[in-house]
Design a protein around this ligand. Sequence first.
Ligand code: AMP
Length: 451
Amino acid sequence: MRENMNEKCAVVGIFGHEEASKLAYFSLHSLQHRGQEAAGISSSDGEKLHTIKDRGLVMSVFNEEKLSTLSGSSAIGHTRYSTAGNDSILDAQPVFARYDLGEMAIVHNGNLTNAEEVRARLIKRGAIFQTFMDTENLIHLIAKSEQDKLLDRIIDAVQKIEGAFSLVFLSRTKMFAMRDRFGFRPLSLGRLPNGGYIVASETCAFDLVGATFVRDVEPGELLIFEEGKAPQSIKVFEPTPKHCIFEYVYFARPDSSVFGQSVYESRKNMGKELANIQPIEADLVIPVPDGGVPAAIGYAQESGIPYEMGIMRNHYIGRTFIEPTQEMRDLKVKMKLSPMTDIIKGKKVIVIDDSIVRGTTSRRIVRMLKEAGASEVHMRVSSPPTTDPCFYGVDTPSKENLIAANMGVQEICDYIEADSLAYLDEASLLRSVNASDDTYCTACFTGKYIV
Ligand code: AMP
């Protein structure tokens, strides 16, 4: 069964604004990098929930007319990213349900690690599922809970799930935001200019809608939004932070601050660390756009080697990762990145990327730069080798497809046909994000899983 469909996603919630669905829509635009497969919004007008969701980018799912049907002063939204393309729009979010207490919609970023057991138990007790999403488990857990109030039912339900979840729930009159006790995935609280509230996966959404950052939703915390009241906070779980380090490496947008720190500064630091521990003489430092840009700036600043834009990115092509077959991925890499021949010709170049996953992108890039006349191509990666899959919500492939799980650094270097290859190490990575203790999950680089 294909579950775990709500991996690297974005969630947003707006409470107390007469144009809630529009603000959710704009926020989803700024969170589009976290998922391009499907998008959706549910709003509440106090009496009824309204939902629109579909496959595709935020821009193609919504238009003015559709947004005008999403009336009310609260709204939640989602963009979805998943591995293999499930075409069913049922697997888009918000997940909506009618149950004995009324209507409810849920959006989820993360990955529930006990989803299959919970689902099997629910099915045995007669539950009927419509989607493959682990998020649907929550609907059933809430609907079947013996508690009288939605708040208590939510608490009941989240105590039965394990893994990574940043969740936003919408009922007719309330909104709830919840983060798992590890705080794997980010979720921040902001204040709208009119006094209403916003919660979003990344703070770049706040900037767009003019909201001010208040604080992160704490790991294990449940926030309740109710009209005329300040958000109420309940500590559902004792927090044991294990933030996802990959948010800094690749996932979050550089203009966001996640887990209390600027993503851009963190990435630049990674580049500086890399220049110190993996120096090499060269004429130019060039990034693999867009992911490698901040680290390449850091590398260039620290090493004194000039920074140039050596590769052009076509922004009208989606991320290469989402294509399920290898053949399609190769083609998409070619369509997406092209060399700036005049800049590169005859030069020794250092190419910086944030990560190597399967090795497809790096191999293609090295070839492309050599074909464009680079005399030497030195690949530098601003994170450690990705050796282990993620079970908490980042879409990394299984171990057999992770090149660093199967080859040593020199072998990878040979495979990607580079003149040299070097990675950042774990200690330098943690230093780059100012992590003083073990409050980060680094399982994708270390195999040390938490749950
Ligand atoms: P690959 O060709 O499989 O080695 O992919 C490496 C490229 O994918 C790098 O340029 C990364 O910026 C990017 N990348 C890393 N992790 C992910 C991810 N989880 N989803 C999509 N792209 C990714």
